[in-house]
Design a protein around this ligand. Structure first.
Ligand code: PGA
Length: 278
């Protein structure tokens, strides 16, 4: 019922040229599949090489989130393909004297999704759930689809406070938001991000089940059933299958492994095979 999603969060990586090279490689899988003829494509995407890359994978939403400065060029490159585009953050005001910020309106003409409340934003840029709440409202108001990140820190996890922390992040981030149409949640335990130490599939499944339960309490069963909930934190081609086999997990938000075309293609393929048959 819920279409699985694999989203790549490139974080603060890739120049514009590198971003374009990466997206071309992901799309066509040229390097990822050595058996495929390597066709030189000076501009745009090689339509002759579709078999091995993301474009050939069905039944899963494939989203890439490059840095702001690459969005426009990447958008051009993926035009007409099934790869979808997201940003990694935004400010909540529409426009004005906010030097250096990017507004929802600016993004709305460039991409479809926006990651909000990532733990790195919370940790390094002092983003609170109240700020995230304003951002989600502003994103929804212009038709952007937020990917709301929640997750506990190591000390919370060790103290058995995972559910408490996640429930609070959810209720504060979603305060006053009537409809969750278009919203995806990503459960990203902070201790699993970029550490190579993913949550076990069982842990991730349980907490995501709890997130859905919390959404049921905040909204209704029907609304909660419609929200996609991803797992994020050290997802790789090696642990993707185990995670995707879990009934509560609707996909993955992938950081480090989304910078390697072969890894990202493999994760997406596995999600499609395991989840996307329906
Ligand atoms: P990671 O990052 O896959 O590198 O752990 C995930 C994320 O931060 O979204």
């Amino acid at each position: 019922m819920r279409t699985p999603m694999i989203a790549g969060n490139w974080k603060m990586n890739t120049t514009v040229d590198e971003a374009l090279a990466l997206v071309r490689e992901m799309h066509s899988g040229i390097h990822a599949a050595p058996h495929v003829d390597k066709v030189v494509c000076p501009a745009g995407i090689c339509l002759s090489d579709l078999e091995a890359g993301l474009e050939a994978i069905a039944n899963v939403d494939k989203v890439i989130c490059p840095p702001f400065v690459s969005l426009a060029s990447v958008k051009e490159i993926i035009k007409g393909s099934s790869i979808r585009l997201g940003a990694q953050n935004m400010y909540y005001e529409e426009k004005g004297a906010y030097t250096g910020e990017i507004s929802p309106l600016m993004l709305a003409s460039l991409c479809e999704f926006v990651i909000l409340g990532h733990s790195e934003r919370r940790q390094y840029f002092n983003e609170t759930s109240e700020i995230v709440n304003k951002k989600i409202k502003a994103a929804l108001a212009v038709g952007l689809k937020p990917i709301l990140c929640v997750g506990e820190r190591l000390e919370d996890n060790e103290a058995g406070r995972t559910e408490e922390v996640v429930a609070e992040q959810l209720s504060r981030s979603l305060a006053g938001i009537g409809s969750l149409e278009g919203l995806t949640v990503a459960y990203e335990p902070v201790w699993a991000i970029g550490t190579g130490r993913a949550a076990t599939a069982k842990q991730a499944n349980e907490t995501i089940g709890f997130i859905r339960h919390s959404l049921r309490r905040l909204y209704t069963g029907v609304v909660a059933e419609g929200v996609r909930i991803l797992y994020g934190g050290s997802v790789t081609a090696d642990n993707a299958a185990e995670l995707m086999k879990q009934p509560e997990i609707d996909g993955a938000l992938v950081g480090g492994a989304s910078l390697k075309a072969d890894q990202f293609i493999s994760i997406t393929k596995q999600a499609s095979e395991i989840k996307g048959s329906g």
